[in-house]
Unconditional design. Structure first.
Length: 162
């Protein structure tokens, strides 16, 4: 007979792990569309799933370096099979995650390293992204060639106020 204590411990452990298990998912699929630098679509179970890259924010398409960020993603990710490590779902219903390229590199990190994305401090405490942004800024790569680049969250706010 199973003791009531063991049953309680098992339920307590399950209750503690449930939030971790809910977000500890990943899936693999082909990148079938690039919306912009930080939003792609990946095939999952035969349908395209919109994926927002976690921890970063690329310039908007109509912002300086927005088209360059999209071209960068097209060059290194389009039609390739990637692994999406799901972090959460955002308020728009998009999957938010880290996208791992076939060679093991993180697409999220590569965008920041190349100077085509900001580390999105508001939603991420990722020290690697922080360091990559500082490195890209110091080397004046990508959007950091500009004297005073405008972060996309400020750009969007300015566009709403026009």
């Amino acid at each position: 007979m199973i003791s009531p204590l063991r049953v309680c411990l098992a339920f307590a452990l399950l209750w503690l792990l449930l939030p971790v298990l809910a977000f500890a998912t990943s899936f693999t699929g082909k990148v079938v569309q690039i919306s912009d630098g930080d939003t792609i679509q990946v095939l999952r179970d035969g349908r395209a799933e919109k994926v927002r890259l976690a921890g970063i924010d690329c310039p908007e398409l109509n912002q300086p370096y927005g088209q360059a960020a999209k071209r960068f993603v097209l060059q290194i990710a389009a039609q390739r099979t990637v692994t999406v490590q799901v972090v959460t779902t955002d308020r728009y219903g998009r999957t938010v995650g880290e996208v791992v390229l076939p060679d093991g590199r993180s697409l999220n990190q590569e965008l920041v390293r190349a100077g085509y994305a900001w580390w999105y401090r508001k939603y991420s405490d990722d020290a690697v992204l922080e360091a990559l942004e500082a490195e890209a800024g110091g080397a004046r790569r990508g959007l950091w060639e500009e004297m005073d680049p405008v972060p996309p969250w400020e750009w969007r706010r300015m566009q709403r106020n026009v």
